[in-house]
Each structure stands twice: as C-alpha cells, then as structure tokens.
Write a protein that binds this ligand. Structure first.
Ligand code: NAP
Length: 395
C-alpha cells in the first residue's frame, strides 16, 4: 500500500533553512509534498520555487509583491494560489490539510504563524528560535493544549533531542540528566583581540567559519547572541534551568551538543556542519532519511578543541543568561533590541560592540512584567524596538 505524502508548509521558504528543507524533501518526493511556501517579499525567488515545487499556496507578507507574484504565476500557467499578509501566514500554518510546518521565518515575525501551527496541533519543525525566546511559556502551552509535536531544528537542540531519552518527568535530574553542554563555534572573532572588536565590519562579521546561514543569525553567531538565544531556547525545550546549561566553545562545529547524565556518561551527537542533517531527522522522525550530507571524515578533522566562552569579550551571551534569569518579558526585550541592533550594524549605523551596549540599555530601561499573554509580549517587543531605535539616533 502506498502512503500518501506529508503535506508541508514552509514558512520562510526562500531562506537558508527553507531552501535546505526543500532540498531534503526533493530527495523523497514519495514522502513529502510542498503544500504552502512563504516569504517576506522575494518575488523572483518564491516564483522559481513555486514553479519547481507546485505548492497549493504561495504567501508573501508584502501585498504588492504578492500581486506581482500572482501575475507571474498565472502567466506561467501555474495553479498555485497567491495570498498575502500575516493572517495568510497563519492560515497556511493551521490549514486542516497540513501535516507539518517548518517554522523558518527569521526573527519575531515568525511568532504568530508558529503559534497558529501549535494551536492547530501540527507537527512543528522549529528553526525560528526567536519564537521560544520571546514567548517560551505561551508557545509551550499552545503546543501542549493544541496537541502539537515540536521537533527542534537548531543543530544544537536537535543534537540534544537525539541523545536525550524520553524524559520521565519535567525535572531533568529525575530523568537522570545532570546538565546540557551546548556547543558553540565561537564565531569568526573567537581569537580576535577584544580591542579590535569595535572595528569589525559587517563584511567580516558575515563570514562564518563553519556554517552557511542567513545574515541575521550570522551576525548573532559573531556576537555569541545566537548562543544566548539558544540557551533560552534550551531552557524551554528541555525544561533546563540556567545552571543546567553550559556553553562550550568547540571551534570544529562537529559535536553539535552533548547531554551529561548523573552517572557520568556524556552523550554527544556529531556530524558535518550541514543543516540538512537536523532537517532530515525532523522530517523523517522517528525514521532516518538520506539527506545529501557528506560522510564525516574524522581523520581529516584530526582533533577536537574545547574552550570556555569569553563573556567579557562577548557580553551578549551574559545578557541572554541575565534575561533568562530575570524571566517575564526580559527575553522578548533582549530579542527585540538585538534585532534592531543587528539591522543597524548591517547598515553601518552602529559598531559591532554597540550591539551589546544597545541591548544592555534596552534591558535596563524596560519595565519587565510577567509574559502572561501574547499581547503583553508583543507590547514589550514594540517598546524595546522603539527604545533601541532611539539609542541608535542618540549615538
Ligand atoms: N540558517 C541556519 O543555518 C539556521 C540554523 C539554525 C536556526 N536557524 C534559524 O532559522 C530561522 C531562519 O534563518 P535563515 O538563516 O534561514 O534566515 P534567512 O536566510 O534570512 O531567511 C529568512 C526567511 O524568512 C522570510 N522572512 C523574513 N522576514 C519576514 C517577515 N517579516 N515575514 C515573513 N517572512 C519573513 C524571508 O523571506 P524573504 O526572502 O522574502 O526575505 C526568508 O524566507 C532563524 O530564526 C534562524 O535563527 C537558522
């Protein structure tokens, strides 16, 4: 008997993760079908993907871009329906025909569609870590109440998921786990002198030594904010306290993270730094799928190194731990200020070390409250963005 293919919505289909998801899906056409592909405003890129993968829906956030896409698709004889706006992103995330949603929009913009998928009980492949950073408790509640299945795509969290047994209780220690060792490459400036960091340019920061990623996460990797966001993500996904999460700099990016058990065992997941491994793992779960990733050549790698992160040189990691400990809306403020700061750095309006200064200032100025509703989170996000924009104008 033939199984029907899973219907997949890819939020952020034109991005790095979106394209790699389509790459893995295309290797298994009998298992996966693109139901909806979405983007912000990249008409040409989304058009090409629609012509290749023939989804039922294409969604662009931008209304004008959607109109152009619709004209081009109909001229090409395509039956793909074009929609626009945030409610359409939610529509294709919660549609009854959808089995799986790949949440790969970058930044806070991914929050609402991810929540819609959770409430509709979908299988969610979560790349958009900002959703958990902003609204961890609300999102996890929506997953539980909606009966959704959450599979982490971030390579570190996917690694932890792979080496963690089904947890018996929400208390990690009762499940035999002592701590999580979250690995970090250290980014392109791992060995750069602290004094030289203020002179770093966007071009230098956009060159990651091991991973090919979108611009925002690449800058986050250079400041170590990406690791900070991942610490908060690990807290929500695995119910780990801040003290149970240790960041370990591992420049080779082959060990994607580790779990230490109370008996002294440390289990690691390894592989080449290629996001198609965690994507294939989550698409196929619980089965394994061929992903196109090269065989790991341990002889070529030769050795593994480990270092403690330098939070003096990279204050963003410290700020993320502080926001996690503060709780409530603090992580949403951290995330919003970081998004504005990264965009300003890319436009050369502020320096590299100003990113952390801006976030620290936003966190100390914000009124941190309980993150009880989505409106409260969105309000905190909006105020932090306004404060961050003011900071850029003043400096
Ligand atoms: N890349 C990686 O290796 C990696 C690894 C782990 C986790 N992640 C996480 O995965 C997410 C995506 O990262 P990425 O590197 O794939 O980003 P990316 O290459 O910049 O792609 C972002 C995608 O989101 C869409 N988008 C941007 N702003 C939007 C908005 N306001 N509304 C709707 N769609 C919007 C973009 O559409 P347009 O093309 O129209 O702009 C694009 O499709 C991020 O949360 C990142 O932290 C990425």
């Amino acid at each position: 008997m033939m199984n029907t293919p899973q219907n997949i919505t890819i939020l952020g289909a034109t991005g790095t993760i979106g394209r790699q998801t389509l790459d893995v899906m295309a290797r298994h056409p009998e298992k996966f079908r693109a139901f909806a592909l979405t983007a912000n405003s990249s008409v040409g890129e989304l058009l090409a993907l629609c012509l290749q993968f023939d989804p039922q829906y294409a969604v662009l956030l931008d209304a004008d871009a959607a109109q152009i896409l619709e004209q081009k698709l109909s001229a090409a004889g395509s039956a793909t329906q074009v929609l626009h706006g945030i409610s359409s992103l939610e529509f294709v995330s919660a549609h009854p025909a959808v089995d799986t949603v790949m949440a790969a929009i970058v930044g806070a913009a991914g929050l609402k569609p991810a929540i819609a998928a959770a409430q509709a009980g979908k299988r969610i492949l979560l790349a958009n870590k900002e959703t958990l950073v902003m609204s961890g408790s609300l999102f996890m509640l929506a997953v539980e109440q909606g009966g959704a299945t959450l599979l982490p795509i971030d390579s570190e969290h996917n690694a932890i998921f792979q080496v963690m047994p089904p947890v018996k209780s929400r208390n990690l220690h009762e499940s035999g786990i002592k701590r999580i060792l979250l690995t970090a490459s250290g980014g392109p400036f791992r060995d750069t002198d602290a004094d030289a960091l203020s002179l770093v340019t966007p071009q230098q920061a956009l060159k990651h030594p091991n991973w090919v990623m979108g611009p925002k996460i690449t800058i986050d990797s250079a400041t170590l904010m990406n690791k900070g966001l991942e610490v908060i993500e690990a807290h929500w996904l695995f119910n780990a306290t801040p003290d149970q999460i240790e960041v370990v700099v591992h420049p080779q990016s082959v060990i994607h993270s580790m779990v230490e058990y109370i008996d002294g065992s440390v289990l690691a997941q390894m592989g080449n730094p290629d996001m198609r491994t965690p994507i294939a793992y989550a698409l196929g779960y619980p089965d394994r799928l061929e992903s196109g990733v090269n065989t790991l050549d341990l002889f070529k790698i030769g050795h593994f190194d480990f270092q403690k992160p330098d939070t003096g040189k990279f204050p963003c990691l410290r700020l993320a731990f502080e926001a996690l400990r503060a709780g409530g809306t603090a992580p949403a403020v951290l995330n919003a200020a970081n998004e504005v700061a990264v965009a300003a750095f890319l436009k050369q309006e502020i320096g590299f070390m100003d990113i952390a200064r801006m976030i620290e200032s936003a966190l100390s100025d914000a009124r941190i409250v309980q993150a009880d509703t989505l409106d409260i989170v969105i309000d905190a996000d909006m105020h932090a963005r306004e404060a961050a924009v003011q900071w850029v104008m003043k400096h």
